[in-house]
Unconditional design. Structure first.
Length: 242
């Protein structure tokens, strides 16, 4: 049993992978050596893909009687069509190509397909509304969470990430659905609400604690987001507790 699991695992690592864009151009390769890269098999597989109707997201096909490929089609997080092409491989134990072609069992192939499908669904595709795909946006949000008690500007973030400002703003809005400044202010205001629940903390101290050096500006932002002033929010909270 353990031997079969290990065999499947190592076969999974050994199977060559091509990632193709919607034009069927190679954008990533894994485990393709010089004996396979320009082979008839891989070129033939890509030609077969171009003719496919993709009625199924995952399908396997043969190039000849014992050489096979499997394709998983998916939409990248920006909704462009992409293809993960696994192979060549054979499930014929007597194949004469085993010196350059991976030999798989049926169960091993199913496990490989499941693994790659899981990776695509959970780490590449944008099928969850709360999923953040851009590493720049992820880093920016973590930066906010760590530094919200200080003044933060877009320039600070872009310097931290070493990224173009216009590009960052565009990607952030696309991923989050709001501008960076709106997200930052909303995050600060949510943090301030917890402090406002304590009547012993002055409004100025609340303002300073969430990175607003100007209490008047803090009050303006707070009211814009919550439709209440900080003092009104505090008074209403206290009343609900009494």
């Amino acid at each position: 049993m353990i031997s079969n699991i290990l065999t499947n695992f190592f076969n999974c690592l050994a199977v060559p992978i091509l990632v193709l864009n919607y034009k069927f151009e190679t954008i990533f390769t894994y485990n393709h050596d010089s004996k396979i890269d320009d082979s008839f098999y891989t070129s033939k597989a890509i030609e077969e893909l171009k003719k496919s109707d993709f009625s199924s997201n995952t399908f396997s096909f043969n190039i000849n009687h014992d050489i096979s490929f499997t394709c998983i089609s998916f939409n990248h997080y920006d909704n462009t069509k992409m293809y993960l092409l696994m192979g060549p491989y054979t499930i014929n134990e007597d194949s004469n190509n085993t010196n350059v072609i991976n030999t798989l069992t049926e169960d091993g192939l199913k496990s490989i397909i499941k693994l790659h499908s899981y990776i695509i669904d959970n780490h590449i595709c944008n099928n969850k509304s709360n999923k953040i795909n851009s590493p720049f946006v992820n880093h920016a949000i973590k930066y906010i969470e760590k530094n919200y008690a200080h003044e933060i500007s877009i320039d600070d973030i872009c310097k931290e990430l070493n990224v173009n400002k216009c590009y960052f703003c565009s990607v952030f809005k696309k991923e989050i659905g709001s501008t960076f400044i709106n997200y930052l202010n909303n995050y600060k205001i949510e943090k301030s609400k917890e402090l406002l629940k304590n009547p012993n903390i002055s409004l100025l101290d609340v303002s300073l604690s969430v990175g607003y050096n100007n209490q008047s500006y803090f009050s303006t932002v707070f009211k814009k987001i919550t439709s209440k002033t900080p003092l009104e929010f505090r008074d209403e909270y206290i009343k609900t507790k009494n």
